[in-house]
Design a protein around this ligand. Structure first.
Ligand code: VG1
Ligand code: CO
Length: 543
């Protein structure tokens, strides 16, 4: 077998966003597109010679072909070994665990996460560093720089091995180890949680519905929930990964996980409901007749984490992305632990977790995780909830009500405006940014502006600075809205408007969310000039 050195030219736009490089699938399928980016990853990290990587993806259309290319390129670039999930499948948190457990030099994860999959949908590739977490900005910048100066890529003409068979093979002098996609992850979960208590919960008749959304968590959820923990067969729905996620968006929110929402809102609903996304790093939590907002979930998990063995000694600190509601800040203050506010994207939590400044982290977009890996972790959040429900002997509704009665409630929603013309979206954000300093002290409806911030973050561990991470308009009394443009979309611009209205413990804690937010929504739309600048008056998705 020989290495073929293929001349190539830079391809425009191979710039990683919030979570790796995401494009339409046909773009990834263009000749040389995957090859250029994978070579740039190797070049950007100082070469692959002698290194070991984890490789796997969420099983979406083109996953198998892209992995074949990565295997042949890693061999040609002198890598020593690849650890690959069976059938090319690995959830993002499972990949993070394998990178850490095997002390590898990183991993390549193929996923566009919550974006739809298929020949005309979305695909993505991201690189994770040896701590198991998404590459920080200095690494993604080096990879991007390599894409702009690339002149050749290296690929072996050996055939990639059959990934359906467990075991070890040789590709041009490189070892390829195909491993069970679930086993190591399931073992880790067993170390973190009180599985006996959860088993007893299910044995006592507790019922649950887990919607895997035809994505990667199906096999994980079936093995752990129905296999190990004894949940009733059929607890996991849509549990077989499919290349186009059954034609849906594998995005666990009330819009796309409607099947689960309908089940949980029915008169005979199970006790607990949950869903995960394409690559298994997100979670949606529901009680009977109740949706738990991801921001509230983070706050409630933080307040109750000590019920799980892994966190029994307490948390060192907690971190949330900036647009995530401030509910967890109140819990952190009560616990007397640090609370960090980072830019959107899991890569910003890595240093805080490595330095043990934060134990739990979370994002409003249904991402929650802890120091057990360096990615957000959907099934982990579900298991932590189950552990808490089992330990406290309470329902989701009882835990929520007690939480709000103590801390007050941060009513919260995100409004997304999708496929907006880029120039219009930029103009809207630019106009608000320039107006921010003059807004302070002004009143809009019942709200008085307390502060306007163009959010920048200085990493407290390595001092790196990330600017222009979103605009915050904060009102007196703790309510606010945030606006930023998505870094994962593949079509035009997606405007994300995050709305938060705080009600103290003595206020009305049981309002429908849209009613509680109606005034701040009206004020925010007016203040950003939504209709005037974009012609839109309704969001495409509310989560
Ligand atoms: C979105 C979310 C963000 C999340 C990112 C990756 O980014 O808002 O919170 O970290 O997706 O999630 P953006 O830039 O589109 O707002 V996923 O599950 O890729 O891994
Ligand atoms: Co995801």
């Amino acid at each position: 077998m020989t290495t073929i050195v293929t001349p190539t030219q830079p391809i425009d736009g191979q710039k990683p966003g919030t979570s790796g490089l995401r494009k339409k699938t046909p773009v990834f399928m263009e000749p040389g597109y995957v090859e250029n980016f994978v070579q740039a990853i190797f070049d950007g990290i100082g070469g692959a010679e002698g290194k070991t990587f984890v490789v796997g993806g969420d099983g979406r259309y083109f996953n198998d072909k892209a992995i074949g290319t990565i295997i042949r390129m890693a061999a040609a670039n002198g890598a020593a070994k690849l650890i690959v999930g069976q059938g090319g499948l690995l959830s993002t948190p499972a990949a993070s665990n394998l990178i850490r457990k095997n002390k590898t030099d990183g991993g390549i994860i193929l996923s566009a996460s919550h974006n739809p999959g298929g020949p005309n949908a979305d695909f993505g590739i991201k690189f994770n560093i040896p701590n198991g977490g998404p590459a920080p900005e200095k690494v993604t910048e080096a990879i991007f720089a390599a894409t702009t100066s690339i002149s050749e890529y290296r690929i072996s003409d050996a055939a990639a091995p059959d990934l359906s068979v467990l075991g070890t093979s040789d590709v041009d002098g490189m070892v390829v180890q195909v491993i069970d996609s679930v086993a190591d992850y399931a073992e880790l979960m067993g170390e973190l949680f009180d599985f006996d208590a959860i088993k007893a919960l299910f044995a006592g008749g507790f019922t649950m519905c887990f919607d895997a959304m035809h994505a990667v968590t199906g096999p994980y959820a079936k093995a752990i929930l129905e296999g190990t923990l004894g949940a009733a067969p059929g607890t996991v729905i849509n549990g077989v990964p499919s290349p186009d996620f059954g034609g849906g968006h594998p995005d666990p929110n009330p819009v796309w996980a409607k099947e689960l929402v309908d089940t949980m809102m029915a008169a005979d609903a199970p006790d607990f409901g949950a869903a995960s996304d394409g690559d298994g790093d997100r979670n949606m939590i529901m009680g009977r007749g109740q949706f738990v907002s991801p921001s509230d979930s983070l706050a409630m998990l933080t307040a109750n984490a000590t019920h799980a063995p892994a966190y029994a000694k307490g948390l060192s600190g907690v971190a949330r992305s900036m647009p995530t509601s401030q509910a967890v800040d109140r819990v952190a203050a009560d616990l007397g632990i640090e609370c960090f506010e980072t830019p959107t994207g899991w890569k910003f939590f890595g240093n805080l977790l490595d330095a043990d400044r934060a134990t739990l982290c979370g994002e409003e977009s249904a991402g929650t995780g802890s120091n057990h890996v360096r990615e957000k972790d959907g099934l982990w959040a579900v298991l932590l909830w189950l552990n808490i429900l089992a330990a406290k002997g309470q329902s989701v509704a009882e835990i929520s009500a007690a939480h709000w009665a103590k801390f007050g409630r941060n009513y919260y929603a995100r409004h997304d405006f999708e496929a907006v013309e880029k120039a219009k979206a930029n103009d809207l954000v630019d106009t608000l940014r320039e107006a921010l300093p003059g807004l302070v002290g002004q009143s809009f409806g019942p709200f008085t502006v307390a502060g306007g911030t163009n959010f920048a973050y200085t990493d407290p561990v390595d001092g790196s600075v990330s600017e222009n991470q979103g605009l915050i308009v904060a009102f007196e009394g703790g309510s606010r809205f945030v606006i930023r443009l998505s870094g994962t979309g593949t079509e035009g611009a997606t405007i994300r408007l995050y709305l938060e209205s705080y009600t103290g413990p003595d206020g009305d804690l049981a309002l429908p969310v849209d009613q509680a937010l109606s005034e701040i929504v009206a004020v925010a739309y007016e203040m950003i000039g939504l209709t005037a600048k974009t012609g839109r008056s309704e969001p495409d998705v509310v989560t």
